[in-house]
Design a protein around this ligand. Structure first.
Ligand SMILES: Nc1nc2c(c(=O)[nH]1)N[C@H]1C(S)=C(S)[C@@H](COP(=O)(O)O)O[C@H]1N2
Ligand SMILES: [Mo]
Length: 423
């Protein structure tokens, strides 16, 4: 067939469609029903009935068949005000977390803030203390960047004797979105930091009034005053209308509902810093200001809490890797309990301080085994085993767990956390 005839064919088809539409939608459906009956039972019901019109609903939601793909709360806190919920990593595909599935960690609930009333003050050791409205902030040059956010308490269950039953609760205090905002360095330029200004106190406008001390070096590097999340405004849970984002640092420092930045000459030693976000070492010393989230990876499919459906055969192993220190360099995957490792394929060029998706096709022969992933980042740091991590840090440690996560595959295809299974 020549190209001209080809185009003619499409044209003829389109004319027929237009004629059908002129007769009205119902006669098109009737004609199709007759065709469908002639064609036999393979024609799905969805071709025989009218679909939903546009803007049903005005703000789109996932298919009703995806109703189980949701954040799940922890069962570990007595109140849902100071609590957290986990991202369903096992159900996600690439590196971006949909906004409705972003993990949550609130110390005193989610405040309701009118963006027209909200203000951000920058004061302390600066030449010109300033108060910015949201409108003021929007007039500065902005950037959009993809970064993960991980709570330093992510995977803390894996230190103890009761490791999590599924990957959502073992690794789900982790999300990754495209953030939009103004570089903090741009705003610091506007206020003029005095030479003795070395630390910044960041304060949230929630009932917890959360505060953390931010080193000036980070503030001038890639810190972001973020108001956008995956192309739309921040969700209330993520700090609407504006939050601090410190790429690669422990989630706690990315203060939500940001209302104040105060420049000082030393760390402010807030409550978070003197008690909770300090790591106790085996020698009794405390590791304070452990800001950077070290490299970590996890297989999300097949993963603990799931199943290999349909028995032995090809299985696409897939997971995520990330590093607060920069880019992922490589990910190795073992399908024999760590005896041998093969390099996984990475989806495109890894982005700094963002999730990287890795994949490895595998043929499961149906016998029980243990699968695991191990990341190496661009600094050369290699993700440790749990044994090595614990022998270095001891058991009093609660935060910054980043060891290799081994998943056990049973004869029936059931996938369980190998630590929970005693491996
Ligand atoms: N104002 C304020 N900022 C906050 C918190 C909070 O409770 N209040 N929680 C912190 C903690 S511990 C984490 S891990 C992240 C969680 O951000 P997310 O809820 O958007 O996932 O926000 C941090 N910033
Ligand atoms: Mo956190």
């Amino acid at each position: 067939m020549t190209k001209a005839e080809d185009v003619g064919g499409i044209d003829r088809g389109r004319r027929r469609l237009i004629a059908g539409a002129a007769l009205g939608g119902s006669s098109v459906l009737m004609a199709r029903t007759a065709m469908a009956q002639a064609a036999g039972p393979l024609v799905p019901q969805s071709m025989l009935e009218q679909g939903q019109p546009v803007v049903t609903p005005p703000y789109g939601v996932p298919s009703k068949f995806e109703k189980d793909v949701v954040r799940r709360p922890t069962d570990g806190t007595p109140t849902d005000l100071s609590s957290w919920s986990f991202t369903p990593l096992q159900d996600l595909h690439g590196i971006i977390t949909p906004n409705g599935l972003f993990y949550e960690r609130h110390h005193n609930g989610v405040p309701t803030i009118d963006p027209d009333q909200h203000k951000l003050m920058i004061h302390g050791l600066v030449e010109r203390p300033l108060v910015f409205t949201m409108n003021d902030l929007m007039r500065f040059p902005a950037v959009s960047v993809i970064h993960f956010l991980e709570c330093s308490g992510n995977s803390l269950s894996e230190y103890g004797s009761k490791p999590a039953a599924n990957v959502q609760t073992s690794h789900g205090l982790l999300s990754c979105v495209e953030w939009t905002g103004v570089r903090l360095s741009t705003l610091l330029d506007a206020v003029g930091v005095k030479p003795e200004g070395k630390w910044i106190l960041a304060e949230g406008a929630d009932a917890a009034a959360m505060t953390r001390s931010i080193p000036m070096e980070k503030a001038l590097d890639d810190a972001l005053i973020a108001f956008g999340q995956n192309g739309e405004a921040l969700r209330p849970e993520q700090g609407y209308p504006v939050r601090l984002l410190l790429p690669g640092f422990e989630g706690n420092m990315s203060i939500k509902w940001l209302r104040r930045l105060k420049v000082g000459d030393q760390p402010f030693m807030t409550r978070e810093e003197t008690s909770k976000y300090t790591d106790l070492m085996p020698d009794g010393k405390a590791r304070q200001f452990t800001f950077t989230m070290q490299a970590k990876s996890v297989i999300t499919s097949p993963a603990a809490g799931g199943m290999i459906e349909g028995g032995p055969g090809p299985v696409q192993i897939s997971g995520i890797a990330w590093s607060g220190a920069g880019r992922v360099k490589k990910v190795d995957v073992s399908v024999d309990g760590g005896r041998s490792w093969s390099e996984a394929t990475l989806d495109g060029e890894p982005l700094p301080k963002a999730l990287t998706r890795f994949r490895l096709p595998w043929r499961w022969d149906g016998s029980p085994t243990v699968i695991a992933s191990r990341v190496t980042d661009e600094t050369g740091y290699v993700q440790p085993t749990r044994k090595d991590l614990i022998s270095e840090r001891g058991n009093a440690y609660t935060y910054h767990y980043n060891a290799i996560a081994p998943w056990k595959i049973g004869q029936n295809g059931e996938v369980t956390n190998a630590y929970a299974a005693g491996a």
